[in-house]
Design a protein around this ligand. Structure first.
Ligand code: ZN
Length: 79
């Protein structure tokens, strides 16, 4: 037996860049963005904190330039 009823759902309707605030939604209705996240553990000053940053492509490129200026490097793989 199927019983129908109304339920309330929460869905992601947009993902905006945490630097410039632009929507990362594409013309196809999906999202193109970079995500930087960190889950800090007991031996850190941020114990128990979860940090998440979403970036649009232009802001990601700027962050990447900064990381590279510090000597860091992103792994670039085809998928
Ligand atoms: Zn941005």
């Amino acid at each position: 037996m199927k019983i129908a009823g109304k339920i309330e759902k929460t869905a992601i309707v947009d993902i905006v860049c945490d630097i410039c605030g632009v929507s990362t939604k594409t013309e196809f209705g999906d999202f193109e963005f970079a995500e930087l996240s960190a889950c800090w553990g007991y031996s850190t000053a941020k114990d128990g904190e979860y940090h998440e940053i979403c970036l649009c492509e232009p802001c990601y490129d700027q962050v990447l330039v900064y990381i590279e200026s510090l000597g860091g490097k992103a792994v670039n793989k085809k998928y």
